[in-house]
Each structure stands twice: as structure tokens, then as C-alpha cells.
Write a protein that binds this ligand. Structure first.
Ligand SMILES: O=C([O-])CC(=O)C(=O)O
Length: 163
């Protein structure tokens, strides 16, 4: 994929129109893929990662799992086992508006990971949350199927595929 800087430079009109959205800088990076892209599969959960596991158990087909965790920094929504599962099932990336744990294990995974921070506690397993609905990464809306572009400089969300 092209660098996010080049994608921004080439798509200023789409940014002005809100078709291409730049997520406010807030993420740390883990996983071996420092740059990744794919269509969004969305989850909205709060301190409960049951649906995260269910999603990562399915074939990823190169998609990016976008998890709106409400920005909670009170527990982790993704850990080392889920990172391994993401690799096994072909997910390109995981973007979490929330926290992750087992970061040394996550760094051994191929999948690219962005999250607000690390937190050592696991989340609840009650099965609450929603899948395939519009979600938010901070102030940025992500619709299911939006195109997600991530590299060392940032996270882009686009209604259309960018070339
Ligand atoms: O099950 C969890 O809560 C997440 C986790 O620790 C892992 O994936 O290893």
C-alpha cells in the first residue's frame, strides 16, 4: 500500500468532503506488520471481549477488525491468544479504541495492531456488544466495509478504496 502521507496528499478533496477521514493520533503499535490495510469488520463492545474472540475465530479474508471499545483503559480487549488466532485466520490488522495485553506475544504475531495502550487485566466475557454497525475511533466514524489504511504515520478511514 501507499504511505498514508501520499494517500492524504492525493485525496485532499475526499478529506474535505469527509469521504476520507484521518483518525486523531492516539494509538500505539504492536505486531510485526507496521503497515496494513483492508476492509473494516466492526465491533462495538465495552470491557467485554466475547465478540472479539468470536470474530477472530472466523476467516478474516485480509480484513481489519475495528473494535470500538469506548476508549476504556480499565482492561484489555485483545491478548496474545487472540493475536495468534488473528494470524491463523488471515486478519490483516486489529485497531482497538481500547487496550490490549500480552504485548510481547502480540509483537511476535504478524497481524498489525493499534490500540490506545497496554493494560494487564482481562475483560468480561458476558457476550455483550454489537457487530457490523457504525462505530467510532475517537471522533472518527467507521462503517462496516470502510477501507482502513494504517502505517507508521497514522490511521485513515475511507468510504471508497484508495489506490
Ligand atoms: O482472552 C482474553 O481476554 C484476551 C487474552 O488474554 C488473550 O487473547 O490471550
Amino acid at each position: 500500500m501507499k504511505p498514508t502521507t501520499d494517500l492524504c496528499d492525493a485525496n485532499e478533496d475526499n478529506i474535505a468532503a469527509g469521504i476520507l477521514r484521518v483518525v486523531e493520533p492516539m494509538f500505539k503499535a504492536w505486531g510485526k506488520s507496521s503497515a496494513f490495510a483492508g476492509q473494516a469488520h466492526t465491533l462495538k463492545v465495552f470491557e467485554d471481549n466475547t465478540l472479539v474472540r468470536t470474530a477472530l475465530e472466523q476467516p478474516g479474508h485480509g480484513k481489519v477488525l475495528v473494535i470500538d471499545g469506548g476508549g476504556s483503559k480499565r482492561c484489555a480487549l485483545v491478548g496474545g491468544n487472540l493475536g495468534v488466532l488473528a494470524d491463523k485466520n488471515g486478519w490483516a490488522g486489529i485497531v482497538v479504541y481500547g487496550c490490549v495485553r500480552d504485548t510481547l506475544e502480540l509483537n511476535a504475531c504478524t497481524v498489525g495492531i493499534r490500540a490506545l495502550d497496554a493494560h494487564p487485566m482481562k475483560s468480561q466475557k458476558r457476550g455483550s456488544g454489537h457487530e457490523n454497525i457504525p462505530v467510532a475511533l475517537g471522533h472518527t466514524v467507521v462503517h462496516p466495509g470502510n477501507w482502513v489504511y494504517v502505517d507508521e504515520d497514522g490511521v485513515l478511514i475511507s468510504d471508497n478504496p484508495l489506490i
